[in-house]
Ligand binder design. Structure first.
Ligand SMILES: Nc1ncnc2c1ncn2[C@@H]1O[C@H](COP(=O)(O)OP(=O)(O)OP(=O)(O)O)[C@@H](O)[C@H]1O
Length: 245
């Protein structure tokens, strides 16, 4: 479903020179997987995630999602391709002046859906994330967990094949974290959506991921398999992350 081939991303340092955030990385994520990107702060997890929908454009390498090489698309083609790739953010990124329903409707309005289709799809998505009774509320009237459910519903609304989640539970308490992970797992199981999730917590990997890539200094240093909520780890780095989990 997602094929990153030799992708490389460097940023200019404020003090001058360059910093390689992702180094010549190759990664294949299968359709229907929940795939984790784990590592310590600064390892390059968010940059790698943002390379998948070209929020960051690689300096070199190719990004293929659902059979399309995104790096070769025009701006208009890329906008359309991104409707197939929903994104969920750590800080929710909801629009404060829009109701819950209007936040979820937003990507559908951009994509030119009819009002009737939008209303129907928003109702479906509210139902999927368990917020049918909050349609008319504003983000400020919601708990953190509810805000993230709105973020997930908004990502799901255009019926994407892929959802990218950047530390979706880092701003939440442990109980709410589990309910959001359950929500993502439910969406993966019911609709077959491929989920890529960035985290620095091994319990997130153990809880919902099928596989994960361990990143260090911009490189994938180990591919982790998860079976029966156990993570098989070889490297000392992975073991140290398991210890703090
Ligand atoms: N737009 C940018 N400009 C300059 N440097 C950047 C930019 N984005 C990321 N970086 C740097 O690239 C490195 C990797 O950042 P990234 O956010 O991908 O890491 P991460 O593993 O997700 O870390 P964290 O868990 O702290 O979010 C960091 O050193 C970061 O400061």
């Amino acid at each position: 479903m997602i094929h990153l081939k030799n992708v490389h991303k460097r940023f200019r340092r404020p003090e001058g020179g360059w910093f390689d955030a992702v180094r010549d990385t190759t990664l294949h994520i299968k359709a229907g997987e929940i795939f984790g990107l784990i590592g310590f702060s600064g390892a390059g997890k968010s940059t790698l995630l943002r390379l998948i929908n070209l929020l960051e454009r690689p300096d070199h390498g190719s990004v293929n999602v659902d059979g399309r090489d995104l790096t070769g698309l025009s701006a208009a083609e890329l906008r359309r391709a991104r409707q197939n790739i929903g994104m969920v953010f750590q800080q929710f990124n909801l629009m404060a002046n829009r109701t819950v329903a209007a936040n979820i409707a937003f990507p559908l309005e951009i994509a030119g859906w009819s009002r009737a289709d939008i209303d129907q799809r928003v109702a479906e998505c509210l139902d999927i994330v368990g917020l049918a009774d909050r349609a008319g509320h504003y983000p400020s009237q919601l708990s953190g967990g509810q805000k993230q459910r709105v973020g997930i519903a908004r990502a799901l609304a255009p019926r994407p094949h892929v959802i990218l989640a950047d530390e979706p539970t880092s701003a939440l308490d442990p109980k709410t974290t589990q309910s959001i992970l359950d929500c993502l797992q439910d969406i993966n199981a019911r609709f077959g959506v491929t989920v890529v999730i960035v985290t620095h917590e091994m319990h997130v990997i153990r809880s919902i991921c099928h596989r994960a890539a361990l990143l260090d200094a911009g490189e994938v240093v180990e591919l982790l398999q998860v079976t029966d909520k156990q993570v098989a780890a070889r490297s000392a780095l992975a073991k140290s992350l398991l210890e703090v989990a």
